[in-house]
Design a protein. Structure first.
Length: 473
């Protein structure tokens, strides 16, 4: 095959290489990763939520009126001289403020006043968990969500001859690890000194264009898997073809569809024109482990978020970070998630490699339902408070560590299958008896044979005759 025919470099030249002619892309002309258009969903009373020390600033306090003579630190390193009592008090204060801010952001994000901003047509008709959800119930619900990738046989890709470019196997199929690290892109990873601990994990997941070079002390240097939103493939600034960030690693690409859209509808109008770049990469580097998430998987995860949340959840897809956590739960015995839950190093810095970035929405979510994701992640956490809030990571048990009860529908289906198997076995036994009976009749034509199935009836009749005769006498 002459691959050079497909190696077109300009966007205009490859615009419709693998894309339907009438495609409409929602964000075709954007040059940077950014939050989708719409009103900001987070409505904190005071966005200056860090104290000059770097710790969380009380949401309901008035903002300081005095001007700062020097800029506040971007992060706060873990205090080295705290006594156990001081550390405990610091953790309790941090937990309280964090919970208040997460709850407030969660309620603002799902406010019914923003119903007209339901871009993806989300209409949740499922059940809601009553009472306080348990760790096991939540993990079992996420396991049932069944995250999967696109593969041959999925329409319309098979009919159009494009399904052959999807990998034949499921993402990470057949792989199981003991410990996995899901490394967020949070600014609070800066000055964390977590790099060595991250690198000792069996499998390490990172997101989008998060770098490691120059930041090894805080984030480590190993990367086994990257989860990429569709902007990474479509915007030139991320250099998907040239950057070493996207080489020698497994990758999973995702792009959101409408909540109830078919694959054909999504394929004709994705959020970003990702399919030409994806298929071209698969054609040029067929041995590369580059998978594409089935968009329905995103909304099944969202359904779980809503199921275990009593307030409305933002009608937008889950974040890459939460997607990475859910995916790793299937393949890891234990998953350590780094700075997804803000530690006492919390800062307004959005990404650890961008010192000048400042956006609280990166933590509390003004587009993704981040606050809901973080609250439910805390529910699944088994790490102690020191690890979660001082060191900066939570630990979630994988699906292999839990035992999920089967729901009523599954039990009924299994019972029906068992009954069908028993009936089939009985029929086979009867057929074998019939065959033996016929053989005996052929061998002994002058004998009278009684089928075993009739013996019970004969014995019953003889018993009745005996009683009748005895009464007559």
């Amino acid at each position: 095959m002459q691959y050079w025919k497909y190696a077109r470099t300009t966007t205009a030249a490859r615009q419709n290489l693998y894309q339907p002619e009438n495609s409409v892309f929602h964000f075709d002309e954007e040059d940077t990763i950014q939050i989708r258009q719409g009103r900001p969903r987070i409505r904190p009373r005071n966005l200056d939520i860090t104290h000059e020390s770097g710790f969380l600033f009380p949401m309901y306090d008035a903002a300081p009126e005095t001007k700062e003579t020097k800029p506040p630190p971007t992060t706060t390193t873990t205090p080295a001289t705290l006594s156990p009592e001081e550390e405990k008090r610091l953790i309790e204060k941090h937990k309280g403020l964090l919970t208040v801010q997460l709850r407030s952001s969660q309620m603002d994000g799902g406010n019914i006043l923003f119903k007209h901003e339901n871009k993806y047509g989300v209409k949740y008709r499922g059940l809601k968990e009553k009472g306080i959800p348990t760790k096991t119930k939540l993990l079992c619900a996420l396991q049932k969500a069944n995250v999967r990738t696109l593969r041959d046989g999925d329409e319309p890709f098979t009919t159009e001859g494009m399904a052959k470019y999807f990998p034949h196997d499921e993402v990470l199929e057949g792989n199981q690890f003991n410990t996995c690290a899901v490394v967020s892109s949070a600014g609070s990873l800066r000055d964390s000194n977590l790099g060595k601990f991250i690198d000792v994990h069996d499998f390490i997941v990172r997101f989008n264009h998060a770098p490691t070079k120059g930041m090894e002390k805080d984030v480590g240097f190993k990367t086994h898997f990257r989860i990429l939103n569709s902007q990474i493939l479509t915007k030139p600034k991320f250099d998907f073809w040239g950057s070493p960030l996207y080489r020698n690693v497994s990758m999973l690409v995702w792009d959101p569809s409408n909540y109830s859209a078919s694959l054909a509808e999504w394929y004709s109008a994705p959020d970003f024109p990702v399919f030409p770049e994806y298929f071209r990469r698969r054609l040029m580097i067929p041995h590369e482990s580059l998978h594409f998430l089935h968009p329905a998987s995103l909304w099944r995860i969202w359904d779980v978020l809503q199921m275990f949340t009593h307030t409305r959840v933002q009608p937008n897809p889950p974040s890459s970070g939460f997607l990475g956590l859910v995916l790793m739960l299937r393949h890891c015995n234990w998953v350590d998630v780094f700075e997804f839950i803000p530690s006492i190093r919390f800062s307004k810095q959005c990404h650890y490699w961008e010192a000048k970035s400042s956006d609280p929405g990166c933590t509390f979510g003004d587009w993704h339902p981040l606050s809901t994701e973080k609250l439910l992640t805390l529910l699944m956490n088994v790490a102690d408070d020191t690890n979660a809030y001082v060191k900066g990571y939570v630990t979630i048990p994988g699906f292999s560590q839990i035992s999920c009860p089967k729901d009523t529908k599954e039990e009924e289906e299994e019972e029906e299958e068992e009954e069908e198997e028993e009936e089939e076995e009985e029929e086979e036994e009867e057929e074998e008896e019939e065959e033996e009976h016929e053989k005996e009749k052929e061998e002994h034509p002058n004998h009278i044979f009684i089928h075993s199935s009739k013996l019970g009836l004969i014995k019953e009749n003889l018993f009745l005759i005996h009683i009748c005769c005895a009464q007559t006498l």
